[in-house]
Design a protein around this ligand. Sequence first.
Ligand SMILES: Cc1cc2nc3c(=O)[nH]c(=O)nc-3n(C[C@H](O)[C@H](O)[C@H](O)COP(=O)(O)O)c2cc1C
Length: 360
Amino acid sequence: MAVIHVKKSLDIALLILFFVGLASNFMTAQVHEAAGIIFLVGVIAHNVINRNFYRNFLRGKFNRRRIVNHVTIILFAVGILTLTISGAALTEFFTASTEINWRSLHLTAAICSTVALFVHILIHASRYVHGKNFYAAAMTTFIFAVAAIFGLPYVDRWFHKVEVNRSEILRGEQIQPDGKILIVYFSRVGNTNFPEKVDAVSGASLMVDGDEIIGNAQMIAELVQSVTGGEIFALHTEKIYPADYSATVQVAKQEISNGELPALKNLPAVDAYDKIILIYPLWWSTLPKPVENFLRSCDLSGKKIFPIVTHGGGGFGDSIDMLKNLTHAEISSPLEIYSSDIPSARKNIFDWLKSAATIR
Ligand SMILES: Cc1cc2nc3c(=O)[nH]c(=O)nc-3n(C[C@H](O)[C@H](O)[C@H](O)COP(=O)(O)O)c2cc1C
């Protein structure tokens, strides 16, 4: 009887710890790491207590319920192992390869483990819950699983500012492109007065190198320059965007609904270049209005534009169609980069730029 109590208490504690771990954006890295380590120890204890399950793992008949249970447990084990390895790689105690995006891997493993955990709980609940109640529990599990799949990356993007070390990520192979290249970018950073200490909300979706805030599009521009050389030109608006992320989202919404083209402080001398690598964030699934103003203000006919879009999950949106409609330039096959993938995107950018169809 006492063993059953210990088992149940451990399972409830594990469930609570798992959710504490998922809420990583609301706590310090140290608390998240501590919760992760305690959870791992708890999972090992859970498996030791339930070791009989493994003794009979392949014995007996396999009905549908048992197959789903086994697959779920294997998926959960792989998820926890990946969480542990990627979690360790993200701490200061280990030096991990910068080729792998450990954050994305950690987040993906968290999503897979969450779904597996819900199914695992549901399967066990089916012993005690029947009929309508079981369907209600299954539906709740399904809703939580969908929320985890779509919600976690969103919440992560909202709160997370990515730390980069330029001296590391800007190193690597280079290409000698044909002709002169101009790299033009627009970013929230450079058009916003951020407070001295950027908090989690205003700093959402940004990058930092030490104390310096870097825009995602800016970081991509620097990565491109480290591959091809060439000049970088930043588009600056006369207006200043709010430091708060969601306030900027609202301002951009108004710009779209009012058809406003925010005035630009400066325009690049595009005449001197044949090829323009244009880097911009996706705003409301389309081109940011300041970028539209740049395209309307410069004569780009006869030029070739290589678009790179950075985004929070929306890909290109309709921005490439907009580019095609707004200019007489030739638009190359574009590249999209999810904001959290930027620190490990140099190889991707290199391959894209190197492909003959793209840069020649
Ligand atoms: C005003 C605004 C609107 C946005 N709209 C979208 C969107 O529709 N889809 C999306 O995936 N990401 C959207 N994002 C996220 C940005 O595209 C993403 O964070 C990008 O990497 C930011 O680049 P930056 O730091 O150079 O400004 C939006 C961000 C802002 C500020």
